[in-house]
Design a protein around this ligand. Structure first.
Ligand code: TIU
Length: 227
């Protein structure tokens, strides 16, 4: 176990490696590959692809330091019985209906190629994968139970999209008593303004929802401790 101090906004973030989980939100092909949900909604997916490389480095460091790594995926059952009709209706209105056929299979449906995590960030054996029907990773999932059983107190959060599933999860976690650190360059929104706004919303008012930092600060702090 190591205690790590990371330069962050609005002030230093401290965590113990055995009490901290790296939570990677929805790095699915549907959000990060051509033809997926994100692109069908009319978005430029390059921001969600750019974070893959820095996220790979953080993932490697977390694994090297025996931290809990958790992956999430947004999606639904093939019969859509767990998809709120309101969500389905709005996705269809946007021209990217959940369950519609796309180049990577049915959009946001569990078991389809597009629903799975990109090759570069595939979960390692034993790393929990949380399938979630909502934007927040706690809603109707066993994430809270897993974190409780492993005595986790801190969450380092990354993934897509910053203003939707990442921020919703950080807000849920904050209300449940977790100290969250958002990795700015390992999260992305399709519109950079949404990304920047989310970062400010999280760390404002003395870390109202949590802390934010660049991954190089986290990696430097881990390496400093290892020396
Ligand atoms: N994972 C996630 O953020 N789901 C979304 O629907 N994001 C959008 O930006 N639409």
């Amino acid at each position: 176990m190591k205690t790590i101090n990371v330069e962050a906004k609005p002030y230093e973030y401290q965590f113990k490696t055995d009490e901290t989980a790296l939570v990677i939100i929805d790095m699915q092909r549907d959000f990060c590959a051509a033809g997926g949900f994100g692109e069908k909604l009319g978005n430029d997916i390059s921001p969600t692809r750019e974070i893959i490389k820095p996220l790979q480095k953080v993932l490697a460091a977390a694994r090297d330091n025996e931290m809990l790594v958790i992956h999430t995926r947004e999606g639904h059952r093939p019969d859509l019985s767990d998809c709120p009709p309101s969500k389905l209706k709005r996705s269809r209105r946007q021209g990217a209906g959940i369950g519609d056929e796309g180049p990577m299979g049915r959009i946001l449906i569990r078991g389809e190629y597009g629903h799975d995590i990109v090759d570069e960030l595939q979960p390692a054996e034993g790393e929990p994968v949380i399938d979630k029907p909502g934007k927040g990773a706690f809603y109707k999932t066993d994430l809270g139970l897993i974190l409780q059983n492993k005595a986790i107190k801190n969450l380092i959060v990354a993934g897509v999209t910053t203003h939707v599933c990442v921020q919703t999860t950080i807000r849920e976690a904050n209300d449940r008593g977790y100290d969250c650190l958002l990795l700015e360059d390992c999260s992305a929104a399709f519109d950079p303004q949404d990304h920047e706004d989310s970062i400010r919303m999280i760390h404002q008012q003395g870390a109202i929802f949590g802390w934010t930092t660049e991954s190089q600060n986290l990696l430097a702090a881990i390496n400093e401790e290892v020396k």
